[in-house]
Design a binder for this molecule. Structure first.
Ligand code: GRG
Ligand code: 1GP
Ligand code: MG
Length: 250
């Protein structure tokens, strides 16, 4: 694999589109055939990457099969989104090599990374150095990751973490409200983080309509992650409307 291939691809996508759509496939929720079809469909409507992961996905065999099954049908990269070491599997293109910086448990800040790193190397996955920041409370990522959730109305705290991430050499920040979150990260927080952080800014959690997507991209997000919307039966047609707005509205 060429060095930084996926990161270079994402940057080139960003030159063509104002912001990118990443679709999250949870290997615990969608079966093999469903996942493969979904990945093809979302590639067609312009998604730039497929994330595969889940905060409680511990079945490595299942996840590896899903990744393999998806890969055959698409050209866009598959990026692993691990909630633990069990999320490191072969055949994907890259991995959000993330540290949950606002966790109260050092396991999620550096230990899972140390345990997972040798497999990342062995499988030839491109590590995307990511500060994963959990915003708010009550979601799976918040609970499992023992996060001290940054309050939604405290954008400056999120910006301080993002700046620290930058100083630590991380090139990606992921503002995470949590899968299926009732409230998404606010545009104001995205804007404040955008001013502080120079790298690739990912925003996810609870995004399910055009208006929200548009406001987050206008505030400076580089990529939006959408998962639950599709898991709950949201249509590809509506996702396409969201994709269009994401790609043109900065
Ligand atoms: C780099 C390596 C090897 C591990 C990183 C380990 C870290 C930092 C974990 C953060 C804590 C955590 C549990 C994150 C979950 C991330 C994730 C995959 C979220 C999306 O999955 P959900 O859809 O929330 O999962 P559920 O469906 O189980 O709610
Ligand atoms: O499932 P949703 O709410 O779309 O969130 C996507 C992602 O940010 C979750 O980790
Ligand atoms: Mg999920």
């Amino acid at each position: 694999m060429t060095k930084n291939q996926v990161e270079t691809f994402l940057k080139s996508e960003l030159k063509k589109k104002n912001a990118l759509l990443f679709v999250l496939i949870d290997s615990e929720v969608s079966n093999l055939d469903e996942s493969a079809k979904l990945a093809k469909d979302v590639e067609k409507i312009g998604a730039s990457a497929i994330l595969v992961g889940g905060s409680s996905a511990t079945d490595q065999i299942e996840m590896a099969q899903v990744v393999k099954g998806i890969k055959k049908g698409i050209k866009i990269p598959i990026i692993l989104f691990p909630g633990n070491v069990t999320g490191v599997v072969p055949d994907a293109d890259a991995i959000l090599f993330s540290s949950l910086m606002n966790s109260e448990n050092p396991y999620f800040i550096t230990q899972a990374q140390a345990l997972g790193a040798p497999s990342v190397l062995k499988f030839g996955l491109e590590p995307l150095p990511t500060a994963y920041l959990v915003i708010g409370e009550g979601t799976s990522a918040w609970f499992v990751g023992a996060a001290r959730g940054i309050p939604f109305e405290k954008p400056k705290i999120a910006a301080a973490y993002a700046l620290a991430a930058q100083f630590l050499g991380m090139r990606f920040v992921y503002l995470e409200a949590g899968s299926g979150a009732k409230s998404n990260v606010t545009p104001e927080m995205v804007k404040t983080v955008r001013h502080a952080f120079n790298g690739f800014l990912i925003v996810g959690g609870g995004i399910k309509d055009v208006k929200t997507a548009e406001s987050l991209v206008k505030a400076g997000a580089d990529a939006l992650v959408i998962g639950t919307f599709l898991e709950k039966g949201g249509s590809i047609k509506k996702l396409q409307e969201i994709a269009k707005v994401i790609q043109r509205s900065k």
